[in-house]
Design a protein around this ligand. Structure first.
Ligand SMILES: Nc1ncnc2c1ncn2[C@@H]1O[C@H](COP(=O)(O)OP(=O)(O)O)[C@@H](O)[C@H]1O
Ligand SMILES: [Mg+2]
Length: 237
């Protein structure tokens, strides 16, 4: 079976795309072979994380490659579809032809979001592109993924409700807390599963299981052709 393609998209930098990507990839790699594609060149924080990890530890079942442009992205996904169980694409912080192509190549696109009104409003444009992408890539699933969530605050709950109304994209049930474990483990080339914060471990594990179930339920679909991806990337449906 071909690799499942899971992507992290959000037009804002700092939303948690790379953090989610490495933590989910690492959990998946316990049982599966995972390729991550860094599209945020030249910032390349995913690639940097991997280099730090690689200098200190033996990495199994997990690789990182960089796509600097649309052609490289398409080639990397297509060339590796049969060699991995999962391909995770770490998006970059703008809506470009790459972001559009990522949506066309994905089975599931996750949109990390922290519970602030401003972030919800600024995600509206992305939600419109997602809607457009779903017409062209009909099996695409998308989910909001609440990050840096403050539990038991009325304001956070109000924002979640507003996002549901405004963006019309379902959210994953697991919300990630605002925890230094994400920051500190990343800096060491590690993940929260390898860190001393039990709550962070549990939430990443639950989040990843939910994602696996979603992808399993979806079954196997043919990936869009190069021409179809190219056309949508250039803004044509
Ligand atoms: N749930 C969280 N709790 C605390 N810090 C977080 C959390 N998620 C992300 N961060 C931190 O926020 C910063 C931006 O996250 P990052 O994943 O690099 O965002 P993006 O890839 O969307 O630009 C990083 O320093 C990261 O460690
Ligand atoms: Mg990033």
């Amino acid at each position: 079976m071909r690799a499942k393609v899971l992507s992290f998209v959000q037009m804002k930098g700092g939303a948690g795309k790379t953090t989610l990507c490495v933590n989910i990839a690492s959990t998946l790699s316990d049982r599966s072979n995972v390729l991550m594609i860094d599209t945020d060149y030249p910032q390349s924080s995913l690639e940097t994380w991997y280099q730090i990890r690689n200098e200190k530890y033996v990495i199994e079942n997990m690789q990182v490659k960089t796509a600097k442009n649309l052609t490289q992205l398409q080639k990397l996904v297509r060339d590796n579809l049969d060699d991995y169980d999962y391909i995770l694409i770490d998006g970059h912080p703008r809506i470009t032809n790459i972001t559009r192509a990522v949506l066309m190549l994905s089975d599931l696109a996750l949109i990390p979001l922290s519970p602030s009104q401003v972030e919800v409003w600024s995600t509206k444009h992305l939600a419109e592109i997602v809607k457009e992408a779903k017409k062209a890539n009909t099996h695409l699933e998308t989910r909001l993924c609440w990050n840096r969530y403050r539990v038991r605050t009325n304001s956070a709950e109000a924002v979640v409700n507003e996002a549901k109304e405004l963006l019309k994209i379902d959210a994953l049930p697991v919300k990630l807390g605002n925890r230094v474990a994400y920051l500190d483990s990343f800096a060491q080339g590690l993940t929260v599963a390898e860190w001393h914060d039990q709550a962070a471990k549990v939430e990443i594990w639950s989040l990843t299981s939910g994602i696996e179930r979603l992808l399993d339920k979806q079954g196997s679909h043919r990936i869009k052709t190069e021409a179809q991806v190219e056309k949508f990337a250039k803004g044509k449906n």
